[in-house]
Design a protein around this ligand. Sequence first.
Ligand SMILES: C[S@@+](CC[C@H](N)C(=O)[O-])C[C@H]1O[C@@H](n2cnc3c(N)ncnc32)[C@H](O)[C@@H]1O
Length: 233
Amino acid sequence: MRSDNPGSVENLFDAVAQNYDPLNDVFSFGLHRVWKRQLLIWLQPVDGESWLDLCCGTGDLALALARCVRPNGSVLGIDSAEQPLSIAKKRALNASWLPISWQKGDALDTGLSSNQFDGAVMAYGLRNLADPSLGLKELRRLLKKSGRAGILDFNRTEEGSLSAQFQRLYLRRFVVPVAAQVGFREHYAYLEESLKRFPNGSVQESLALEAGFEAVSYRTLAGGQMGALLLQA
Ligand SMILES: C[S@@+](CC[C@H](N)C(=O)[O-])C[C@H]1O[C@@H](n2cnc3c(N)ncnc32)[C@H](O)[C@@H]1O
């Protein structure tokens, strides 16, 4: 499975969609919610703003964003896979007062008009894009001047570091064996493969500057296991 094969990335997330949220809770010990909340604390979305969640999956961040920008703002969640998106739509039905809409689409080429969002997030999406640099350019294009964005993902740890050893053990000895028990060994083995190709924090900062962002900063979370790229257009 490679992220430069969009069809197979889509199939992967369609296949795991029903188990994605419970597995996420198990693999992160529920902490993914804390990291997502932290991202929103850094980005400060407020009532009346228009936000985008690219690679929204089952909608965690889009729903949290909608709570921040309600009642006058709006959130659009975009994902290329049908199954996670349909779970996101069902979750939103339970909170019908939230100003949120969903769209199937490609984060590399959304087809949306330029300079329309006050802010955007992407959680665990950039690593899955065939071309992260192109993803950052598309993100920049969609933001208004001074719009802000936050990209949350695994931190690409330095080869040979204690952090890298921990990450490898965690993925090989915990994530993959647990996923294998519910029939998703290969799907989660892909995580380590995708991380090998994923740019580290400082390369992500350079790519974001090349994409036209004015201000960029990379912060780590979870003792260096996760990272957030914070951007201003
Ligand atoms: C690991 S999941 C993350 C979902 C969600 N953001 C979260 O944090 O729980 C990655 C998501 O990115 C989506 N994705 C991958 N490539 C994409 C692309 N080119 N355009 C839009 N969505 C994409 C997948 O379908 C999947 O739902």
